[in-house]
Design a protein around this ligand. Structure first.
Ligand SMILES: Cc1ncc(C[n+]2csc(CCOP(=O)(O)OP(=O)(O)O)c2C)c(N)n1
Ligand code: SF4
Ligand SMILES: [Mg+2]
Length: 274
């Protein structure tokens, strides 16, 4: 277990706590996993940046003592792209809600993946717009209840790993707030990757999504994750275990020239022509 690591140095606890997140919200679990991943990689906190959008998840940048940007809804990847381009020495983590990353920010998401900029996108997928009271998002599963879907969602949800892979990401993973050690490792691997990395995190929102869908307490929602997910490795070894389950783990880890490296090659080519 790695729960006692001194990650407190990365928190703006004295200035910014208490958190606005509801009791039982999974966002703090994701934040903890991010911090342990940064700690494990021995990154200098002055060379780490966390860029977030707007939403409950977006508040994460407020609480962290890195170089942080709390940007506008859907635009975190656009800000992060500019930041990484001007300061390539920074490790840039981009924290986004599911609505943030895939609805209003959907275009930025697919183009950041296509470009393969060296960013780590972490999607806090609570399957709903939490902050604004429970509208459906592009990851709300079919049939689930939301403030804008009182009879059940009639839209199909994105399969985030497949979307990220098709758009061009070079590292794609899914974790959960139930499997905290796996989540920490996935984020660590994603940060290590030179290229556009995506970690989708299934997280519980007991206050809005859980209440609309009568899923019970935060603990019961975590139990739901335990019962409804299976690691890719276990799924490979047993089709029976995998039946009807959501897969977790690394879906894709490939090499492709990263955007800034490609850009530098172009500059060199132009300069040698002179
Ligand atoms: C341009 C713009 N449109 C709409 C909003 C209102 N708004 C704030 S947060 C949010 C949705 C949040 O959902 P999600 O991104 O899933 O984050 P969560 O709160 O669930 O973490 C919306 C629609 C806004 N702030 N800015
Ligand atoms: S509304 Fe949901 S996502 Fe937002 S802080 Fe509360 S539990 Fe978390
Ligand atoms: Mg959300």
């Amino acid at each position: 277990m790695s729960h006692n690591k001194p990650i407190y140095q990365f928190l703006r606890a004295e200035k910014k706590f208490p958190l606005i997140w509801c009791a039982g919200c999974g966002n703090g679990i994701i934040m903890g996993a991010m911090l342990r991943a940064v700690y494990n990689l021995k990154l200098d906190k002055n060379k780490v940046s966390v860029v977030s959008g707007i939403g409950c998840s977006g508040r994460v940048s407020t609480y962290l003592d890195f170089n942080t940007l709390h940007t506008t809804h859907g635009r975190a990847l656009a800000f992060a792209t500019g930041l990484k381009f001007s300061k390539p020495e920074l490790t840039v983590l981009v924290a986004m809600g599911d609505g943030d990353a895939l609805a209003i920010g959907g275009n930025h998401f697919i183009h950041a993946a296509r470009r393969n900029m060296d960013l780590t996108a972490i999607i806090f997928n609570n399957q709903i717009y939490g902050m604004t009271g429970g509208q459906i998002s592009p990851t709300t599963p079919f049939g689930m209840i939301a403030s804008t879907a009182s009879e059940g969602n009639i839209e199909q949800a994105f399969d985030v790993p497949r979307l990220a892979e098709a758009a061009g990401a070079t590292f794609v993973a899914r974790g959960t707030t139930y499997q905290t050690e796996q989540l920490e490792q996935l984020i660590e691997q994603a940060i290590r990757k030179k290229g556009f990395s995506v970690v989708e995190v299934l997280t519980q929102c007991p206050t809005i999504y859980g209440r609309y869908n009568r899923m019970g307490s935060a603990v019961e929602m975590l139990k739901w994750q335990e019962e409804h997910t299976v690691s890719i490795e276990d799924a490979r070894s047993s089709a029976e275990k995998a039946k009807g389950k959501i897969l977790t783990g690394v879906f894709l880890d490939i090499e492709r020239t990263e955007y800034i490296a490609q850009y530098e090659k172009m500059v060199e080519k132009i300069q040698t022509k002179k």
